[in-house]
Design a protein around this ligand. Structure first.
Ligand code: HEC
Length: 168
């Protein structure tokens, strides 16, 4: 067993209600088995009660980002430069179709990438985009991507929207 009860973390993922409820219940279950083995009867009853309440806790913690809101924000902040269409649209920045999953600086139709972004070695995932969009220049010094989204909720919504933009 790694670590005592006091060192447990509670990684409540914000990706979905089921994930979250599952995770909380599993954590509570393993805590319960530790407690009941060590004779903390009363505590273990409380932990079981907490496990049963996990779905309710998760309703409060769930914050699946709104794709609709993300699209609206993208359309006001980003689509002057970035196209989301198969052909055409603005070309001041790279096309966003298929962004999530591709290496940074790799959109073949975009000829104006900075050397910094191309050499960054990044691949775009929800996590790397989250960090990049807080401050592109902080994450990739020398990038010419000028826009940042400091607001946590707005940024997650935009990323959720970007993840829906598939190439096919
Ligand atoms: C004024 C034009 C402009 C605006 C507005 C803009 N960008 Fe960009 N964006 C760029 C340019 C130029 C690059 C290429 C950066 C480089 O090569 O360093 C870029 C690159 C990117 C990349 C990396 C893409 C790749 O293929 O590696 C992402 C992600 C991105 N922008 C997201 C956004 C988002 C999200 C917004 C809106 C919040 C936004 N951008 C607004 C110009 C813009």
């Amino acid at each position: 067993m790694n670590g005592g009860i006091g060192q447990r973390k509670w990684p409540i993922r914000k990706t979905g209600l089921l994930n979250c409820a599952n995770e909380l219940s599993m954590q509570a279950l393993s805590l319960w088995s530790q407690l009941s083995m060590s004779g903390f009867r009363l505590l273990s009853v409380l932990v079981v009660a907490a496990a049963l309440m996990a779905p309710m806790l998760c309703v409060a913690a769930d914050s699946s980002p709104s794709i609709e809101n993300g699209k609206a924000t993208f359309n006001t902040m980003c689509n002057v430069c970035h196209s989301t269409q198969k052909t055409g649209g603005p070309n001041e920045g790279p096309n966003m179709l298929g962004l999530v999953g591709r290496p940074a600086g790799s959109q073949p139709d975009f000829g104006k990438y900075s050397p910094a972004l191309k050499a960054s070695g990044l691949t775009w995932t929800v996590e790397t985009l989250d960090k990049f969009l807080i401050s592109p220049m902080a994450m990739v010094p020398g990038t010419i991507m000028p826009m940042l989204i400091p607001d946590d909720i707005k940024r997650r919504e935009v990323i959720a929207y970007l993840a829906t933009l598939k190439k096919e």
